[in-house]
Design a binder for this molecule. Structure first.
Ligand SMILES: NC(=O)c1ccc[n+]([C@@H]2O[C@H](COP(=O)([O-])OP(=O)(O)OC[C@H]3O[C@@H](n4cnc5c(N)ncnc54)[C@H](OP(=O)(O)O)[C@@H]3O)[C@@H](O)[C@H]2O)c1
Length: 292
């Protein structure tokens, strides 16, 4: 019998990629919900969902992701990214479910010069980063939890930076992007595949708590936002120029780490993953976008 999996926040970038993959995935039965059918800030709604689905695992794709807006909506960011994660943790513990939760590279302050490991010191610079770190800590109180920190997520679904670059490149002659923030882009379709692999492994041995903990996942390779914008324009065969600027020339409400590359050794060895290079994945995503 197929094991039930509850996916929250399923209308977002990652949720949609999981939805797409689930169509060809046997062995697990997915139940997709977003805020309109399951608001994770409502404990009563969550409890009812757990009671009816009895999920063997929950993938929490629901989040408050407006990094700059969070600076003026701290309460809302913490409600969704921290308090609601605690709701999920409590229900999961009661029903014996695993929780796969997604967090961010913005839990780090960017002062490193080597890719961040899971055990490295966290020191978020923004409200968003702080709210996500608070969520991590609340979830870490239960045993059956896996937190996957990722970075610079984009997809063919929803609003994201790749679509923004492509739209602006059609409207303008020149775009400016910061060249002093370094990280790794992540195609949500690749992350969704990795999550499927993790789910399969948990399904095989649901009582093996040795794999619980924090993991890092992003596409291989590193770049600046400037490099990323150049590649997006080039792979989209657009003619707009991209100009490198420094962070101080483009002030934003939220401070972002200047270096947030994640070390992915742990997730690769634990789950036997091969992670695609960011530029190959970007090319794939753009090809899909071009197809409409
Ligand atoms: N995007 C990035 O660059 C990035 C980078 C690093 C990590 N992450 C993390 O990766 C995960 C997935 O991100 P994503 O880009 O797929 O996010 P997304 O596209 O913003 O999707 C989040 C989904 O959660 C929904 N949601 C918001 N509040 C909810 C609630 N109370 N109950 C249920 N659903 C709710 C949202 O609905 P509405 O749209 O109606 O609010 C949206 O459909 C998140 O945990 C995020 O923090 C993202």
């Amino acid at each position: 019998m197929a094991l039930p999996v509850l996916v929250t926040g399923s209308n977002g970038q990652l949720g949609n990629e999981i939805k797409k993959l689930s169509l060809t995935f046997n062995g697990l039965k997915f139940y997709f919900h977003d805020i309109d059918t399951l608001d994770i800030t409502r404990f009563d709604e969550l409890e009812k969902a757990f009671e009816s689905i009895k999920p063997f695992a929950v993938v929490n794709c629901a989040a408050y992701t407006a990094v700059d807006k969070a600076e003026s909506e701290s309460e809302k960011a913490f409600l969704i990214n921290a308090d609601a994660v605690s709701n999920i943790a409590h229900c999961a513990e009661k029903f014996g479910s695993w929780v796969l939760h997604i967090s961010t590279d913005y839990v780090f302050d960017g002062t490193h010069h080597l890719p961040y490991r899971e055990t490295d010191y966290t020191n978020p610079l923004s409200v968003y980063g702080k709210s996500k770190l608070a969520g991590e800590k609340l979830l870490s109180e239960i045993d059956k939890m896996i937190i996957v920190r990722t970075s610079w997520l984009y997809s063919t679904f929803g609003h994201n930076i790749v679509k923004t670059i492509r739209r602006l490149a059609l409207e303008k002659d020149t775009l400016s992007f910061v060249c002093d923030q370094i990280g790794s882009p992540t195609y949500a379709a690749d992350l969704a595949e990795a999550l499927m692999r993790i789910l399969s492994q948990i399904a095989t041995s649901p009582n093996d708590l040795s794999i619980a903990g924090i993991y890092h996942y992003a596409n291989e390779g590193i770049c600046s936002w400037y490099d990323f914008a150049c590649s997006t324009v080039e792979l989209s065969r657009l003619s707009c120029k991209v100009r490198p600027i420094e962070t101080h020339e483009y002030p934003t409400p939220a401070k972002r780490p200047s270096f947030s590359v994640l070390n992915k050794s742990k997730i690769k060895t634990t789950f036997g993953l091969e992670i695609p290079w960011w530029k190959d994945s970007l090319a794939k995503a753009i090809e899909m976008m071009n197809l409409g």
